[in-house]
Design a protein around this ligand. Structure first.
Ligand code: FES
Length: 159
């Protein structure tokens, strides 16, 4: 089982930069996982093991860290990640309609990935743009003042 998939030099370099900021290797666990996820898309058991070895943690220890963080994915996710804000301001001004439209358009429920691997839909806590609610984020891009029609247009731009 050993060594089949090791961290790349780039992954190691970025993790080392994070390690310098933390007092313990364990504390750097979430950031290390996020770095590997950035390159690999999600954290498979193999990726988890690579990171655990590098941080000198057991797989179980690191996995328990991973499960505390919503945006560390232990299953494959789509090419594009839709984060739909479900905090109070967005909720009040149309979250439910947006969610219904996205689910209907993509044929998935919250938490699922489209069969073609194009999108994963996840709920998000306040994205910090309440004054322009309702809000969603796709990958790194924030979309504000949404309506179901606007969501349709936005989704069409992603392949
Ligand atoms: S409540 Fe949605 S951005 Fe703040």
């Amino acid at each position: 089982m050993s060594g089949a998939s090791m961290l790349t030099d780039e992954e190691k370099r970025e993790i080392d930069e994070e390690l310098a900021k933390y007092r313990t290797k364990r504390a750097a666990g979430p950031e290390a996982l996020k770095i590997v996820q950035k390159y690999r898309g999600w954290i498979s058991d193999e990726s988890l093991r690579d990171v655990a070895r590098y941080l000198e943690l057991s797989d179980e220890e690191l996995d328990s860290v991973a499960t505390c963080y919503n945006f560390i994915f232990r299953r494959p996710v789509g090419r594009h990640l839709i984060l739909l804000c479900d905090s109070v301001t967005c909720w009040v001004v149309g979250y439910e309609d947006l969610r219904a439209r996205i689910e209907q358009r993509l044929g998935i429920q919250m938490g699922q990935t489209t069969p073609d691997g194009r999108f994963t839909l996840l709920p998000a806590a306040c994205l910090g743009a309440c004054d322009r609610a309702p809000v969603m984020m796709i990958d790194e891009q924030l979309y504000v003042e949404l309506s179901p029609a606007k969501v349709d247009e936005i989704l069409d731009t992603y392949r």
